[in-house]
Design a protein around this ligand. Structure first.
Ligand code: G3H
Length: 540
């Protein structure tokens, strides 16, 4: 889209859709600590939408609202609340029966669903996600919570029995780890935060959640829901700058689990602040530079469709996005022709524009950063081969296809997390394979070909370099029942509906020599329901 038309995709105030506009700026002063909403009268962070409006003085980012910037003292108060609620494992929540924890999570999901339209609207305004994708993010989160509840039931059913081995009777269950700090990313601020928070909670941990820097206000409608569904101190929310709130939390040594989705640089900084790092269980989703490898016999229509989706869904702001495309020289020209003509038909617009693909980018300075990457590649011999590629207006960046890309360009190794599609020609499959081997990242790869021999030859070594090899399909996290992880700088720990229950818990057992006295003792405890751990109750 040419620069003038690009500017006109931003609406005037009176053209904002009535049902989706933010009528009043949201001044959030509350945060959740120890089952109470506290009110903050200190410094605040202004929230500007990536969506601009036309004014007499030009395009202006619309103000969405503001949220509190807590200080160290307030952050440590939330820590004390979570520590007290856990109470060295003696707290109400960690000792509650699994069935009771399930009941409270069911109550949560019921109230959560009532917040759908409010949260979907905030997803659009805070991070520029399209209406369809915002709905998808919300509904996927509901499905994830429901699947988690089912998985906990399954897990409990398997553990609801005694085993006898070598003359020892045992009951083996999964027990919580302690106080969990959950921090999600801006691109899936709701889904990726709750896919760690809910499993952590349901396994009996207490939680402090720091919403992402962008996509923060959408948690406001949930504070009351969390307050009303869980005992005091079990879920707490902090807001503010990492150095003021995260550093004191971690360096206290009282955080037992760190669930963080973001960059490996920040993860390393946070981890190192723990006085006893070996005590900190880490569940991390980090950086990636997933390549697509297009082999000479690939079905070009399907390949272009998947590559476009993979590279540009939510403007390429997905950790799983295809961030570099290796194309065999024999079909490079045909591939690029199809890619650029498909690109010309993509819709650029506001999150509510029907079928929109490219929307405003929420990160400060993002369009400048992407322009620098393009300029660097062009200076080193690549060309922007699509019409108006890389043209920017305020927060919108018109997707740019760069060709031919080579190793000395920044875009070859940097994770752009935005709508740039770098294409690298190759003649030998060793070239993309070497890229993966030498990369700092190891999340996923996509291979496009119809040749079973060729695919099989590539799959065997590549599964030892990345954690998912996609055949004739873009890279992605879902379905959520599948394991989601990565090697090298891409992840620590594995997430999926069932794996998440494991990472937020530890196998613990009660054991006794198999003799008459112990048999009677255990029978009495179970029969009279004296313990929540030693129990053979079956949850239906
Ligand atoms: O940003 C990373 C997300 O986990 C990707 O999820 O592949 O379903 O978009 P997705």
């Amino acid at each position: 889209m040419d620069p003038q038309r690009l500017t006109s995709v931003f609406p005037a105030e009176n053209n904002l859709p009535a049902e989706l506009k933010i009528n009043e700026s949201i001044s959030q002063t509350e945060y959740l600590v120890n089952g109470e909403l506290r009110y903050w009268d200190g410094p605040i962070q202004e929230v500007l939408s990536p969506i601009c409006v036309q004014t007499s003085t030009g395009l202006v980012r619309k103000k969405v609202g503001s949220y509190p910037l807590l200080n160290e003292e307030a952050a440590l108060e939330t820590l004390e609340a979570a520590v007290k609620a856990y109470d060295n494992g003696k707290g109400l929540w960690p000792t509650l029966s699994v069935e009771e924890r399930i009941n409270q999570t069911e109550k949560f999901v019921h109230s959560f669903k009532t917040k759908r339209s409010e949260i979907v609207k905030l997803l659009m305004w805070e991070i520029g996600k399209s209406y369809q994708d915002s709905i998808k993010e919300f509904d996927r989160t509901v499905d994830y919570i429901i699947a988690t509840i089912d998985a906990v039931k399954d897990l409990d059913r398997v553990s609801s029995r005694f085993v006898i081995e070598q003359g020892i009777i045992g009951q083996i269950r999964r027990a919580p780890l302690g106080v969990t700090l959950c921090m999600g990313p801006f691109n899936y601020p709701l889904n990726e935060t709750l896919t760690t928070l809910i499993p952590a909670l349901i396994m009996g941990n207490t939680v402090i959640c720091k919403p992402p820097k962008l996509g923060t206000l959408l948690y406001r409608p949930l504070l009351e829901v969390f307050r009303d569904c869980f005992p005091p101190g079990v879920v707490n929310f902090v807001y503010g700058r990492g150095s003021n709130i995260i550093t004191p939390l971690i360096s206290s040594g009282k955080i037992d689990v760190l669930a963080f989705i973001g960059t490996s640089k920040i993860a390393d900084t946070v981890k190192k602040q723990h006085p006893k790092p070996h005590r900190l269980r880490c569940v991390l989703g980090l950086d990636a530079k997933n390549p697509a490898i297009v082999l000479p016999d690939a079905d070009l229509n399907l390949t272009v469709k998947e590559c476009l989706l993979g590279a540009l869904s939510f403007n390429g702001q997905r950790c799983t996005a295809l961030k570099i495309i290796f194309v065999h020289e024999a079909i490079a020209e045909a591939f690029l022709n199809k890619l650029t003509s498909a690109l010309a038909g993509l819709k650029v617009g506001m999150p509510w524009t029907p079928e929109v693909m490219i929307t405003p980018l929420p990160e400060t300075g993002k369009t400048q950063y992407l322009s620098e990457l393009v300029a660097d590649a062009v200076a080193k011999g690549a060309q922007v081969i699509n019409a108006f590629g890389g043209v920017t207006t305020e927060t919108i960046f018109n997707p740019a296809v760069l060709y031919p890309v080579s190793p000395e360009m920044r875009i070859f190794t940097e994770e752009q997390f935005g709508p740039i599609i770098p294409v690298v020609p190759f003649t030998e499959v060793e070239t993309p394979v070497r890229f993966i081997e030498e990369s700092n990242f190891g999340q996923q790869v996509s291979i496009f070909s119809k040749n079973p021999d060729l695919i099989a030859r590539m799959v065997d070594p590549l599964v030892n370099q990345v954690s998912r090899v996609n055949i004739n399909s873009q890279c992605q996290r879902g379905p959520d029942a599948f394991p989601f992880t990565g090697r090298k700088d891409s992840a620590e720990g594995t997430l999926s509906v069932t794996d998440a229950l494991r990472v937020f818990s530890i196998r613990t057992l009660v054991a006794a020599k198999d003799n008459e006295t112990n048999q009677e003792l255990l029978t009495q405890i179970v029969r009279e329901r004296k313990s929540n751990f030693l129990s053979t109750d079956f949850i239906f």
